[in-house]
Structure formats: C-alpha cells, structure tokens
Design a protein around this ligand. Structure first.
Ligand code: ATP
Ligand code: MG
Length: 174
C-alpha cells in the first residue's frame, strides 16, 4: 500500500487556493484537482498491508504520549522545484513542533518497513505538476491562513484518471 501522512486544508481554503491558482498562475503545468490539495507530513511509500495495524497503534501511542499541538500555517510563498517539476505554495516559516511531527511520523513509518522520504522537510501544497519552468510572479500575492486540528494517514491510489488519496485514519492535534 502506498501511504503517506498529511494535513488536509479545510474545503473553504482548498477552494480559495485553487481559485487563486487558476486566476493568478498561467497554465505552465497540470493543475492538481482541488480535492487533492494537501500538505505531506511524511511519505512512507510502499508499506505492506499487514503492517498497517501496527503502524496505526504506534501512531496512536505517539499521539497519546506527545500530544502534538494544533498548527496554524500562513501560506504566502510560491515555489518551484525543477526536479519533480512542481509549483507549490507554502509557508515562509513553520513551527518546530510541525517539523518534529513530520520527523516522528517518518520514523514511525520506517519502523514499519517504509523506506522513508527524500531530504529535508518543507511543508508545501503542490499546485501544478509537470512544470518545466518556474511560475512568473503573481499579480496578487498569495496569503492563506490555515489551521489544522488533526492529521491523516492516506493511501494513494493510482487510477486511469489520475491519483486519488483515501483517508485511512485520523489523529487529533492540540
Ligand atoms: P503522482 O505520483 O501520480 O503524480 P502524487 O505524487 O500526488 O501523484 P504519490 O506519488 O502517491 O502521489 O505521493 C503522495 C504524496 O507524497 C505527495 O504529496 C507527494 O508529493 C509525496 N511524495 C511522493 N514521493 C515522495 C518522496 N519520495 N519523498 C517525499 N515525498 C514524496
Ligand atoms: Mg508522486
């Protein structure tokens, strides 16, 4: 099963972000469907189904012990990564608690056989895929304030019409 942990923007914010993108960014790539907008916390990749229950338990224990706080993110930075070819929207700064949560979830995944993800953590929402040039500066700067009171474990499904994410489990923040 292809798994990752992430944060889901509330539907109003997702709508506003997609609307901003569609108005402010030229179509230099494929727009990510509004329903797919998310912030990855930790990408686990392939984890065998029989490990899912243990992963679930381990995350539950971690949340009960550490009580990770709720998070507020101000998304005001547009970015471009040439390698995956994506344009993204992210915060300029984020809390140590968010970075710590991402690291802990990645470790809990590794303990259940995940290969772990690439590089340093940088929260972002992918807006456009398949971009081979950076987006030009937008006329109206993005500014979205998002609050998160839970995080999710998602299963990623590759379908004929594109990828869909299914929430398998949620845990509270704060
Ligand atoms: P697609 O691969 O079909 O373009 P996707 O990248 O959204 O769609 P997945 O590849 O299943 O779907 O990835 C799920 C999430 O994990 C996405 O947010 C993606 O950016 C992130 N992700 C995927 N691979 C890695 C990786 N190796 N390291 C870190 N994050 C990753
Ligand atoms: Mg991918």
């Amino acid at each position: 099963m292809r798994l990752f942990f992430g944060l889901q923007p509330d539907s109003e914010s997702a709508l506003a972000i997609a609307a901003w993108r569609d108005r402010q960014l030229p179509l230099i790539g494929r727009p990510v469907p509004e329903a797919n907008l998310h912030i990855t916390l930790a990408f686990l990749g392939d984890v065998s189904a029989h490990r899912l229950e243990r992963l679930d338990q381990a995350v539950g224990q971690f949340v009960a012990q550490k009580r990770p706080p709720g998070e507020v993110l101000t998304l005001n930075q547009l970015g471009y990564w040439p390698r995956p070819g994506i344009c993204w929207l992210g915060p300029q700064a984020w809390s140590d608690s968010l970075a710590g949560l991402a690291r802990s979830l990645s470790r809990l995944g590794t303990a259940q056989g995940s290969k772990g993800d690439r590089g340093k953590y940088r929260p972002h929402i992918t807006l456009l895929r398949g971009c081979d040039s950076p987006p030009p500066a937008a006329a109206s700067e993005p500014l979205f304030k998002l609050s998160f009171d839970h995080f999710n474990l998602y299963q990623s499904h590759q379908g004929r019409t594109g990828v869909t994410y299914q929430v398998l489990e949620s845990w509270p923040l704060g």
